[in-house]
Write a protein that binds this ligand. Structure first.
Ligand code: NAD
Length: 256
């Protein structure tokens, strides 16, 4: 039961972040949602989640490509007990053609933002003697694919940051871990299915099995609820001694 705990989930107006925020709210935590936009729909997500789970949910805009914004997010939230660093973007290109701007942006959002938010959140966690930092890395934090140099480098970096923060907080009631999802069915992934079906002239099931999930031995997507449930477990007393590690939710991807 996470009643009375405050969770910040970065990049949580869609996909995995939203799923994690929902499961934390279902478990009783108060939640801060975040993205770089400030639309009515963002605030509606917060009021809807609050009504459904009977917890306090706020939406705070912060552009996590900027160090100041990442730090201000945690300050504006008044600190947190559970910090989920989830915001992330992707760009695909060979190393020699990889746009410098995209490299810097991916490193800033996918890696550096987790450093900034953790740095600001940790003193409060130490003072209260309890905290959870959960970094959403990826199977690409443990393995590589061609043309994803920035993403793979950033996600490996997240795993390194996770281990270091775990060592600096060990025995203080604080844990820091990384969840490494394989392919998760988010709206972003769902949207790619129709085009891929046309491109390969395959039906939906075949595209999913034979194209998208080629590297995922289960040939099944992980769900945002399953990533959220893993975060809830990491926040529970069962996981008090789980720190500095990676939890793969990838249908066997990294066992191959
Ligand atoms: P998504 O695009 O649905 O969600 C990304 C979130 O990050 C969105 O809420 C977006 O608004 C936010 N975001 C992007 N740029 C931001 C910025 N500058 N400032 C603040 N927020 C920003 O994608 P997703 O699939 O839900 O991805 C979430 C995380 O999970 C990412 O870190 C991604 O690398 C990781 N992941 C996804 C998969 C997958 O298959 N979907 C697999 C492994 C890891």
């Amino acid at each position: 039961d996470l009643k009375g705990k405050r969770a910040i989930v970065t990049g949580s107006n869609s996909g995995i972040g939203l799923g994690v925020a929902e499961e934390l709210a279902r478990a009783g935590a108060d939640v801060v949602l975040n993205s770089f936009t400030d639309n009515d729909a963002d605030h509606a997500l917060a009021s809807d989640m609050s009504a459904r789970f009977g917890v306090t949910v706020r939406y705070i805009r912060a552009d996590l490509s900027k160090a100041e914004d990442a730090r201000a997010l945690v300050e504006q939230a008044g600190g947190c007990d559970i910090l989920v660093n989830n915001a992330g973007i992707q760009h695909v290109a060979p190393v020699e053609d990889f746009p410098v701007e995209q490299w810097n942006r991916i490193l800033a959002i996918n890696l550096s933002s987790a450093f900034h938010t953790s740095a600001v959140a940790l003193p409060g966690m130490r003072a209260r003697g309890w905290g959870r930092i959960i970094n959403i890395a990826s199977a690409h934090g443990l393995t590589a694919s061609p043309f994803k140099s920035a993403y793979v480098a950033a996600k490996h970096g997240v795993v390194g940051l996770t281990k270091t923060v775990a060592l600096e907080t060990a025995g203080q009631g604080i844990t820091c871990n990384a969840i490494c999802p394989g392919y998760v069915l988010t709206p972003l992934v769902e949207a790619q299915i129709p085009d891929t079906m046309k491109q390969y002239n395959m039906d939906r099931e075949t595209v999913i099995r034979e194209v998208m999930l080629l590297r995922q031995p289960s040939r099944q997507f992980a769900t945002t609820e399953q990533i959220g449930g893993t975060a809830v477990w990491l926040s529970s007393p069962y996981a008090d001694q789980v720190t500095g590690t990676t939890i793969s939710v990838d249908g066997g991807w990294t066992a191959l």
